[in-house]
Design a binder for this molecule. Structure first.
Ligand code: S3P
Length: 447
């Protein structure tokens, strides 16, 4: 994705009405990958047509999978079975998408053919030894750069065997990578999580007829089983809804209903955190869709107060901290986050980049090694560099609802990775946002 793009956001306003944000990114990736190696047809509805999931889709097509769509949120995957993938003719470019790279590395580690996985400048900086080391322990042959980063070169032709692995970090990407590799391994592949992380892979494997065994924090999958394609309904992404939960909470007079949102308990840390801060969020009409809990969320403006957020909530809200930091900047008192060093290795260093952005708006924000301390108040106007990180860009756009002056956010084009149409969706419920295309000299210099 090219760098650039800019948001100009008017200060003030409120969020009212109804909104269905785009489909869940994590579930969309998994539906494509598992549908591809299942037998029969998998019809995915509510698919996220964002650049990250489209990178997975293109990669699977390059591996010989016939995929129709996306059209109106529907994708039809003609599964090739566990051993039906074909050698690609070139390296697979996964753009900005860590989920594509880490999960596909697991799916591809046990194939008969070699394959190379590449990504953009941000993805090429992110740590990959966390997956290549356990995959190597299963028998895979994978090379990284000397720094342990992409490109990943998978030699192919390896015979994988199951391992029993304690995850060194609470990461659903590592867990899912190993479970996918485990489908191709001899025996059982077991992972133990230090804390619960999103369990979409486990739920979807169960839905396709091959449920992993789960006991305590240990999850085991047996190699060699067949998956059966089926219909998958993807709920709206709570990680995208989170910007609106924060926006409606901080903007006086707001009353917003977010529809058909995934509320899997391994993802709802943001609701818990915002409620502890005083947010008024109702979970309405809870139901199930495609093996995942779903609900409508009603959020009304409420005075927020600063809180301490400890490590136990971090994996359950891992992608929502940019939005949470904006809530903290508008709360009364201090918010202190600890145990969140993983935020430093996301699409950007989200501790540092958020601290700098908040400071640019005059907010007292102090980064720490594993978190941040934010003193709430009224943010001022100003210009914030998102460093090409989609969630940072959206968080600061939302901050304008409570800012004393206009907010400009630069390097916003990567919002397309997870939330295509964000400016129009946000404007539709009341945010005074104008999106400008075109280059940001600062962003282009970094590429
Ligand atoms: C994801 C897991 C999380 C999250 C990412 C999506 C997934 O990463 O940050 O956006 O789909 O499994 P980690 O598991 O590395 O924390």
């Amino acid at each position: 994705m090219s760098a650039g793009g800019r948001y100009r956001v008017r200060p003030g306003g409120r969020l009212v009405g109804r909104l269905r944000v785009p489909g869940d990114k994590s579930i969309s990736h998994r539906a494509l990958m598992l549908g591809a190696v299942a037998e029969g047809v998998t019809v995915i509805d509510g698919f996220l047509e964002g650049a990250d999931c489209l990178a997975t889709l293109r990669a699977l097509r390059a591996l010989g999978v016939e995929i129709e769509g996306p059209a109106g949120g529907r994708v039809t995957v003609h599964g090739v079975g566990l051993h039906g993938l074909r050698p690609p003719t070139a390296a697979l470019d996964l753009g900005n998408s860590g989920t594509s790279m880490r999960l596909l590395a697991g799916l591809l580690a046990g194939q008969a053919f070699p394959v190379t996985l590449t990504g953009d400048a941000s993805l090429s900086r992110r740590p990959m030894r966390r997956i290549t080391e356990p995959l190597a322990a299963m028998g895979a042959r994978i090379e990284t750069t000397a720094a342990g980063t992409a490109p990943l070169r998978l030699a192919g032709g390896a015979r994988l065997h199951g391992i029993d692995y304690d995850l060194p970090v609470a990461s659903a990407q590592i867990k899912s990578c190993l479970l996918l590799a485990g489908l191709y391994a001899h025996g059982h592949t077991c992972v133990r999580e230090p804390a619960p992380t999103r369990d979409h892979t486990e739920r979807m494997l169960a839905g396709l007829g091959h449920a992993p065994a789960r006991a305590g924090g240990r999850i085991c999958v047996e190699g060699g089983a067949r998956l059966h394609g089926r219909a998958i309904d993807v709920p709206a992404d709570l990680s995208s809804a989170a910007f609106f939960l924060v926006g409606a909470s901080i903007a006086p007079g707001s009353d917003l209903r977010l529809e058909h949102v995934g509320v899997n308990p391994t993802r709802t840390g943001v609701i818990e955190i915002l409620r502890r801060m005083g947010a008024d969020i109702e979970i309405l009409n809870p139901r199930e869709a495609g093996g995942e809990p779903v609900a409508d969320l009603r959020v009304r403006a409420a005075p927020l107060r600063g809180i301490a957020i400890g490590p136990e909530l971090v994996p359950l809200a891992i992608d929502e901290f940019p939005a949470v930091f904006v809530a903290a900047a508008c709360a009364e008192g201090e918010t202190v986050l600890t145990g969140a060093e993983e935020l430093r290795v996301k699409e950007s260093d989200r501790i540092q980049v958020m601290a700098e952005g908040l400071q640019a708006l005059g907010v007292a924000a102090r980064p720490t090694a594993d978190g941040i301390v934010i003193r709430g108040g009224t943010p001022g106007g100003g210009t914030v560099d998102s460093h090409g990180d989609h969630r940072i860009a959206m968080a600061f756009a939302i901050a304008a609802l409570r800012a004393a002056g206009p907010v400009t956010v630069t390097d916003t084009s990567n919002v397309e990775t997870s939330f295509p149409g964000f400016p129009a969706a946000a404007a539709g419920v009341g945010l005074g946002i104008v999106a400008e295309r075109g280059g940001d000299p600062a962003a282009e210099a970094r590429e």
